[in-house]
Design a protein around this ligand. Structure first.
Ligand SMILES: NC(=O)C1=CN([C@@H]2O[C@H](COP(=O)(O)OP(=O)(O)OC[C@H]3O[C@@H](n4cnc5c(N)ncnc54)[C@H](O)[C@@H]3O)[C@@H](O)[C@H]2O)C=CC1
Ligand SMILES: CC1=C(/C=C/C(C)=C/C=C/C(C)=C/C=C/C=C(C)/C=C/C=C(C)/C=C/C=C(\C)C(=O)O)C(C)(C)CCC1
Length: 515
């Protein structure tokens, strides 16, 4: 069957002077309360699902043009991913929206008639700004959460994937035009958007720009969810399955040409197994790319000449030795998955975030040294990967913090769209995906309701104050401590029970025996 010709409109920035009105409309629509209705949300999610199906040829073509992304990866990690996002929210929305009743242990007996509950309110009109590496996924995946939560939204796709940005415009045309809008452009347009008042901003991109967004949002006390990058380490000990570690780590740097904020920047490997790791990396390379990486239909290209130059500079400046790959072609924005054996952690290959198909390998004496180094390079990376024994993997998890982590693989924790995904510290604030996407754009409002018949029971809170009533209430709600003043756990001894029986004890720590 002949392929249907696909046309994608030429990229056009949104006029700067049109931006305030676009944002105002979205804010006004939120105030109509129509997006709060469950049926409205479901219809929008269903429309989005079918827009993804109907515009599949355009999406594939746009991603091919923007990133040389293979059709396989486009379907796997953009189209199917987003369809699954829609289906997950559609299936669970009514459940997520339900009030959560608060009972024991949050609400003591004395307060139990006041119907304490958590009501799920949409946070308002939100702004979603996204990055280039999964240009549709990173734009629409949070958006699915915003629709499900009942928010209105303005989307700002990355200008670095212009074809995808224009397909996103076509997708948005299928949804409610008053509730959702798209603004295209780069820094001036994003700055104009940030000048508007938002109820929440979700930003995916570099830490440098993340700081600009957070600072601007702070001026109006606007909450932000930041999905940033990091210099992610992989730990490989001599007890790991080295062939498996090599194959899985190579996948992490070949997938989307390593333009994955979660992929490893450097591998810290115990000296005894360095040669074996390199040999297995090369073996896996030949397996993945039997006709060479350049001829492979599966390997994406680097997004643009600026990022190509950035990656080339990292390789040009390294004092290390290339031990896998190394080929590149500027005309095609092609860089082979490339490993560099370095002898210093000051090397350009370690100090900068790769965000491409290149990474470094640094030999270490032991895991303690590896953890010391990794904590110095970046104390709170987005991810880490550990290949070792159970104890070694636990040690890595205990002694280094990261947004997410995968044991014995590359970013499996981030390859599933239904579990929370996010950074920590300077690799990100907040998370989304699955129920976390709904929660990200939802205000969890505690609500209580006091029945009129309770008035007599509430005497304790009214003036003139009555100490007897207070003591009575305290007796009902107080829990006696099972610890002493030194913080030691104590268990009830004979003296305590005799006290209780003969009315001498008071339920205090008096009469307890130390364990
Ligand atoms: N944690 C996560 O989910 C992800 C994080 N990233 C991180 O993003 C970075 C690469 O993505 P890029 O698209 O290059 O990020 P970027 O920060 O250059 O651009 C992201 C967005 O910010 C806007 N922007 C750029 N400069 C701006 C400025 N001065 N003021 C206001 N807005 C501005 C862009 O138009 C774009 O929409 C890497 O550091 C990577 O680690 C990328 C993908 C996912
Ligand atoms: C085949 C049968 C079976 C078993 C199947 C199994 C176990 C399949 C496992 C598949 C896995 C683990 C697939 C992994 C896929 C990874 C993906 C899609 C990665 C996606 C990465 C993304 C989207 C990255 C995003 C990056 C971002 C946001 C960033 O830059 O930060 C059975 C079930 C056993 C039997 C039937 C046959």
């Amino acid at each position: 069957m002949a392929a249907t010709k696909v046309t994608i409109p030429e990229y056009r920035e949104t006029a700067l002077d049109a931006i305030p009105a676009i944002c105002q409309k979205v804010r006004d629509t939120f105030q109509t309360h129509k997006t709060k209705d469950a049926e409205f949300r479901l219809v929008q999610l269903r429309k989005l699902y079918w827009a993804l199906v109907d515009l599949t040829p355009q999406i594939k073509e746009a991603l091919r043009k923007d990133l040389g992304k293979s059709e396989y990866e486009t379907v796997f990690t953009e189209i199917d991913w987003l369809k699954n996002d829609c289906m997950f929210q559609i299936r669970h929305l009514k459940n997520f929206m339900k009030d959560e009743k608060l009972g024991s242990p949050h609400v003591p007996l004395t307060y139990s008639f006041m119907n304490y509950r958590i009501k799920k309110d949409p946070i308002g009109a939100v702004l979603i700004i996204s990055a280039y590496n999964y240009p549709l996924h990173l734009l629409l995946s949070p958006f699915v959460g915003a629709i499900a939560a009942g928010c209105t939204a303005v989307l700002k796709p990355t200008e670095m994937a212009p074809h995808t940005a224009m397909v996103a415009v076509e997708i948005l045309k299928r949804l409610d035009p008053d509730a959702y809008a798209i603004v295209n452009g780069a820094i001036p347009e994003t700055t104009a958007l940030l000048d508007q008042k938002w109820d929440k901003i979700l930003y995916t991109g570099s830490a440098t720009v993340g700081a600009i967004i957070a600072k601007k949002a702070a001026e109006t006390l606007t909450p932000v969810c930041l999905e940033l990058g990091g210099r992610n380490p992989a730990f490989v000990t001599k007890n790991a399955n080295i062939a498996l570690a090599a194959r899985r780590l190579l996948w992490g740097k070949a997938h989307n040409a390593g333009q994955v904020c979660m992929s490893h920047n450097y591998i810290l490997v115990e000296r005894e197994v360095v040669d074996s790791l390199i040999a297995h990396l090369n073996e896996s390379f030949r397996e993945f790319f039997p006709n060479g990486a350049k001829a492979s239909p599966d390997l994406s290209r680097v997004v643009n000449a600026r990022h190509f130059a950035r990656l080339k500079k990292m390789l040009d400046n390294t004092k290390g030795k290339i031990v896998m790959g190394g080929q590149m072609d500027e005309k095609e924005l092609f860089i082979e998955p490339t490993a560099v054996l370095v002898d210093s952690m000051d090397d350009s290959m370690v100090q900068e975030e790769s965000f491409g198909p290149i990474f470094s390998i640094f030999p270490v004496d032991n895991l303690d040294q590896a953890l010391g180094i990794a904590n110095k390079v970046h104390r709170t990376p987005l991810t880490l990967f550990s290949f070792g024994t159970k104890d070694e993997n636990n040690k890595v998890l205990n002694e280094m913090l990261s947004g997410g982590a995968t044991i014995n693989d590359s970013f499996t924790h981030g390859s599933l769209g239904t579990v929370p995904f996010g950074g920590v510290g300077d690799s990100g604030w907040g998370s989304y995906r699955g129920k976390a996407s709904f929660d990200c754009f939802t205000h969890h409002r505690t609500v209580a309701e006091t029945p009129a018949w309770m008035e007599a029971l509430l005497r304790v809170r009214y003036m003139p104050y009555d100490w007897a009533k207070l003591r009575q209430m305290a007796r009902l709600s107080e829990t006696a401590p099972n610890f002493d003043r030194e913080g030691r756990i104590v268990r009830k001894g004979l003296g305590y029970w005799l006290g209780v029986i003969f009315g001498l004890g008071s339920g205090s720590a008096k009469g307890y025996e130390r364990v």
